[in-house]
Ligand binder design. Structure first.
Ligand SMILES: CC(C)(COP(=O)(O)OP(=O)(O)OC[C@H]1O[C@@H](n2cnc3c(N)ncnc32)[C@H](O)[C@@H]1OP(=O)(O)O)[C@@H](O)C(=O)NCCC(=O)NCCS
Length: 145
């Protein structure tokens, strides 16, 4: 089987990626919907990975800072049935590529502690101590591009 590849989401992908995030963060993890979706979605670069049938099974978003500070990645989610198949890694790789294309040299994220190993495999290091966000233990991680 070939490894999944991800691409930048178009306007037509928005409803499907929002539905996926709702399944993962709101229904599975109990994050309030008003926190899960925010105004940053309008300016973010969104990436998606699809299964063999074309269904969106993983997504994530990239936020760029105008002051040249580190880009931020967030809302990384893979459909529960598609986890472990490389879709999350494909989305992350595409967001790294998009960040570098836009001149970012570093990327930072607030990782759920349970996903720390996923980000470590993608080259991230932990910065500082654990804290709570949306009722879930998080840690800041960063990597250069
Ligand atoms: C975290 C998440 C996005 C990973 O997506 P995925 O599609 O299952 O990840 P992949 O299959 O691309 O995994 C890539 C690598 O990371 C590893 N990995 C995946 N999830 C991991 C985890 N939670 N802990 C440690 N390693 C993990 C995989 O084994 C794989 O390793 P390999 O390269 O040695 O084969 C997914 O589990 C998810 O949506 N979780 C619920 C939401 C969440 O926690 N999001 C993160 C918010 S910070």
């Amino acid at each position: 089987m070939t490894s999944p590849t991800a691409s930048v989401a178009g306007p037509g992908d928005r409803a499907e990626l929002v539905a996926l995030r709702t399944r993962v963060f709101v229904h599975e993890q109990g994050v309030p919907p008003e926190i899960e979706q925010d105004a940053l979605d309008e300016t973010a670069v969104h990436a998606v990975s699809r299964d063999a049938t074309g269904r969106v099974v993983a997504t994530g978003r990239l936020l760029l800072r105008e002051d040249g500070g580190p880009a931020t990645i967030g809302r990384m989610a893979t459909d529960a049935a598609a986890r472990g198949g490389g879709h999350g890694a494909a989305v992350l790789a595409e967001l790294h590529r998009q960040a570098a294309l836009r001149g970012a040299g570093e990327v930072e994220l607030h990782a759920q502690v349970s996903a720390r190993g996923f980000y470590e495999r993608a080259g991230y290091s932990t910065v500082g101590e654990e804290y709570e966000e949306a009722g879930i233990a998080h840690i800041t991680m960063s990597r250069t591009l």
